[in-house]
Design a protein around this ligand. Structure first.
Ligand SMILES: [Zn+2]
Length: 217
């Protein structure tokens, strides 16, 4: 079996002195993992986290851990390395994708958004760029936040609260009786973290530390 696709190199874990297991988010097949031979010792075309390129994944059996051939085209992450906070956003995004996406399930929209996010992180408002990506991630995992109208009365103004249970906005009037139980809008990274933690708990995994530490930067 052979799978070819554009992809983003999200992670590399050495398994011996020469080889690593690589985690690649591909446009066509979603998350793929496989051995990248010589990744640790490569002098030329060294695979690096944050590269975008062409992945070719091969396995004799469908259930086997396959092997990658990787042709990097661009190191999108390299530009972010000079700014600790931007790098932290990239690392958090990669950790979340590795932890939350099932293998070989297509997420084309999320892939395209991740590519845009990596490019846009280089701009001035990296926090909003990252947060909007995280909202899209939650959406694609089935936990859409709805900030467009009040969940109870439907009005579209005075939306200053968010229900932690439903992820839907609540207006001032409807919020009044139980305001202490609600999150205050506008949404921020602490708000999205709450939903990320809930998603991870539901999947039975720990929230990646790269995301938890983000709040402290
Ligand atoms: Zn309302």
């Amino acid at each position: 079996m052979k799978l070819d696709s554009d992809g983003i190199l999200l992670g590399l874990r050495p398994i011996n002195e020469r080889d690593s297991v690589a985690y690649i988010f591909t446009r066509e097949y979603g998350m793929l993992s496989g051995v990248m031979r010589g990744a640790v010792v490569a002098k030329k075309n060294r695979p690096l986290v944050g590269q975008v390129g062409a992945a070719s994944w091969n396995a004799r059996l469908d259930t086997q851990l396959g092997a990658f051939h990787w042709e990097p085209a661009e190191n999108v992450g390299a530009r972010l390395m000079l700014d600790m906070r931007k790098l932290a956003f990239m690392n958090a995004a990669f950790a979340l994708l590795c932890a939350l996406l099932p293998e070989r399930e297509q997420y084309t929209n999320l892939y395209d958004l991740t590519i845009s996010m990596l490019r846009d992180l280089d701009g001035t408002d990296s926090q909003s760029v990252y947060m909007n990506w995280e909202i899209a991630l939650l959406h694609d995992l089935g936990f859409a936040l709805d900030l467009t109208h009040c969940a109870q009365c439907g009005r579209v103004d005075n939306l200053n609260y968010l229900s932690p249970k439903t992820g839907r906005a609540v207006c001032d009037d409807c919020a009044a009786p139980y305001v202490k139980k609600l999150y205050k809008l506008p949404i921020n990274l602490d708000t999205t973290l709450h939903f990320i933690v809930a998603v991870c708990a539901q999947m039975g995994i720990d929230t990646p530390t790269a995301r938890l530490y983000l709040a402290r930067l």
